[in-house]
Design a protein around this ligand. Structure first.
Ligand code: SF4
Length: 200
């Protein structure tokens, strides 16, 4: 736990060195350090508990980079998967999230395409490892006074796969025609394309 908090402090110092950090209301460097401490404590407890389960998972990769084609006529997709584990015959794919509050069903449904994408790209690795099933899950750590770890294992349907492929096809054809529709949201503030897209 101390080690992970030290890693957080080092990363914070490196990332903010010389930067003019804009904090949200009632936040400062110390309150964020304390929040990180609470979140890492609850996550460490969860991770320690996981190692005591009868069918312990073996870590295959952390921050696993994967490049694959979902559709033959669309360019390859690059994914970076937080955690890959082998548990018996299951290849377990975990995506870690931090969130202000617990995820509800709507939030899970919105995020499912990400897991569908990851799982599809991992089929060759699954076979290579002798696994027979890919299990996907979200591990959400809440950013609260008393953070909790929420583990969600949504079941993707064939319909989710079809919709993902349709979205990809439509997006690629829009890119090819030069069509770009701005979708302004909270995400613009940290978007690396902000200057080109919004001109500010
Ligand atoms: S700034 Fe980024 S997030 Fe906002 S509309 Fe443009 S591309 Fe989308």
């Amino acid at each position: 736990m101390e080690e992970t908090l030290n890693a957080f402090d080092t990363a914070w110092s490196n990332e903010t060195l010389g930067a003019d950090v804009q904090f949200c209301k009632e936040e400062d460097a110390m309150s964020l350090h304390e929040l990180a401490q609470r979140m890492l404590a609850v996550y460490s407890e969860y991770a320690a508990l996981e190692t005591t389960l009868p069918d312990t998972a073996q870590i295959i990769s952390i921050e696993h980079s994967n490049r694959f084609r979902l559709l033959a006529d669309v360019p390859p997709i690059e994914s970076r998967i937080d955690l890959l584990e082998l548990q018996g015959k299951n290849l377990v794919v975990s995506d870690l999230k931090s969130s202000r509050s617990r995820w509800n069903e709507t939030k899970v449904a919105e995020a499912i395409p990400q897991l569908v994408l990851y799982a599809t790209g991992l089929l060759p690795l699954m076979r290579e490892l002798g696994a027979t099933r890919i299990v996907t899950k979200f591990v959400v750590v809440t950013k609260a006074k008393k953070p909790v770890v929420q583990v969600l294992q949504p079941q993707a349907s064939q319909d989710d796969v079809v919709r993902l492929k349709q979205t990809l096809t439509e997006t690629w054809s829009a890119i090819q025609t030069g069509l770009f529709v701005k979708r302004e949201s909270w995400a613009c503030a940290q978007c690396p394309y902000k200057n080109r897209c919004l001109g500010r």
